[in-house]
Design a protein around this ligand. Structure first.
Ligand code: 5GP
Length: 138
């Protein structure tokens, strides 16, 4: 079986490649936040999504926007999720405006699969702002 080697967080881990659709694990940390089982610093909460600060910020402002629908990765989204995906992006932009970080620019990231650095398998949009962000990303 082909395996991917990750160096994203300074350690080498070997992870199996994904087969889609990925089985959604309802015990993942974001599902637990949605159920209120573990706390989060919530910035936005509506019928379809929630935004909260990342617990390990990679920039002065770093928050996440997650759907309430159980979708493991972006590659597991379907055409039925199109309006939801748009809502996640608009919410990301609106929360950035509310926090006053929109004017200087922000980086919107979706790590799609373990090979791209995804560690929590509930779809999420990262929003990073407040420092210079290099391109290309690592
Ligand atoms: P990924 O690597 O999957 O794209 O991003 C997962 C993100 O979730 C990481 O930036 C990580 O810091 C964040 N994270 C992991 N566990 C928790 C948690 O319990 N609470 C919050 N707020 N963020 C978390």
């Amino acid at each position: 079986m082909k395996r991917l080697t990750l160096h994203a967080v300074g350690v080498t881990r070997v992870v199996p490649p994904h087969k889609y659709p990925l089985t959604y694990d309802p015990t993942n940390v974001f599902a637990r936040i949605l159920r209120g089982e573990i706390p989060a610093k919530v910035l936005h909460d509506d019928e379809h999504c929630m935004a909260f600060y990342d617990v390990t910020p990679q920039a002065p402002t770093h928050f996440l926007v997650i759907p309430k629908r159980a979708i493991a990765t972006l590659s597991d989204a379907t055409t039925a999720d199109e309006s939801l995906l748009g809502h996640l992006l608009v919410t990301a932009a609106n929360v950035a405006k509310q926090l006053g970080v929109a004017e200087d620019g922000s980086r919107i990231v979706i790590n799609n699969g373990a090979g791209a650095g995804q560690t929590v398998f509930h779809l999420h949009v990262h929003v990073l702002a407040g420092r210079d962000l290099a391109w290309p990303p690592g």
